[in-house]
Write a protein that binds this ligand. Structure first.
Ligand code: SAM
Length: 293
């Protein structure tokens, strides 16, 4: 190991952002353990949940709860404690804090007040998932959780449907089947999808294939809706050339007023020569946009 690394000596007045495992406790790094051992205070999303991790490490620590519902009101006092020289480790229930987890308000304010903020990196579900999915990783767009309601979820998927980078989402087990239905409808049957379920745990599973095949395989698997998911979608292929002189967007918006989206896609494909899936997605996005107005 090179000698230019941060020593595992805790500096007073520093906020350490410590990644914890996303399933397998052996993924906790030696530096993370040492940091948790030595800091004055551990700020945790759920103190009871994190207590179990600390107990597993044989640590008894002063703890403080910092979650989505109290982060704003607690930030000033936590930053004051840091400024008075107290060292604090921020952890979340699993993985890297701030990545779809609390901590942003605190880190931003700590930095604004001149407090040193130092990462102790480790597990992160989206990075673990991408590293093993076999999808392009040179560019990816992490969108966090999709909206819970169908119309919002479809609109969010439509907004990124033409994105060329690999798309990454977090999803809960009770919404995964509905989300797969929406991916098929918005992005088409043929879009390549990889789902990573229960990473680093006993029932770690990757489902991969076209959107429609992944959706069917998931539905056929009785354990599919148990556990946590990272959803990854291959980026869009470049848009095919539109027929010269034809305003496809205008044509679609006229047709969606009069016909169901499926029929709009069929007629527009005939007239423009563009793929039906693509036109279905665009027509659906126009319809969703109209509904939200
Ligand atoms: N901060 C965490 C991280 O670094 O990945 C993410 C926290 S977010 C509240 C929880 C979501 O992450 C889950 O709903 C799931 O989408 C994903 N996730 C967490 N652990 C996972 C695992 N072991 N396998 C697959 N996905 C996981």
């Amino acid at each position: 190991m090179s000698s230019d690394v941060i020593e595992s000596v805790i500096q007073g007045g520093t906020l350490y952002i410590v990644a914890t495992p996303i399933g397998n406790l052996d993924d906790l790094s030696g530096r993370a353990i040492e940091t948790l051992r030595r800091v004055d205070l551990v700020a945790a999303e759920d103190t009871r949940h994190s207590q179990r991790l600390l107990q597993h490490l044989g640590l008894r620590k002063d703890m403080l709860a910092l979650h989505d519902f109290n982060e704003r009101e607690r930030t000033a006092s936590v930053v004051n404690r840091l400024r008075s020289g107290v060292s604090i480790a921020l952890i979340s229930d699993a993985g890297t804090p701030l990545i779809s987890d609390p901590g942003f308000v605190l880190v931003r304010e700590a930095r604004a007040q001149g407090v040193t903020v130092s990462p102790v990196p480790g597990s992160c579900a989206l990075i673990a998932a991408l590293s093993a999915a076999g999808l392009p990783t040179d560019r990816f767009l992490f969108e966090g959780f999709l909206p819970a309601k169908r119309s919002g979820r479809r609109a969010a998927l439509s907004a990124v449907a033409r994105e060329a980078a690999t798309l990454v989402f977090y999803e809960s087990p009770h919404r995964i089947l509905d989300t797969m239905t929406d991916i098929v409808e918005v992005m088409g049957n043929e879009r390549e999808v990889v789902l990573a379920r229960e990473l680093t745990k006993t029932f770690e599973t990757f489902y991969s294939g076209t959107a429609v095949v992944v959706s069917e395989n998931l539905r056929a698997d009785p354990f599919a809706t148990k556990g946590e998911f990272v959803v990854m979608i291959h980026g869009a292929e470049p848009e095919p050339e539109e027929a010269p002189g034809l305003d496809v967007e205008h044509m679609l918006s006229l047709l969606v007023d009069a016909l169901p989206v499926k029929q709009v896609a069929r007629i527009a494909a005939e007239l423009s020569g563009l793929p039906r899936n693509e036109l279905y997605r665009r027509a659906q996005a126009i319809k969703d946009g109209q509904r939200e107005r």
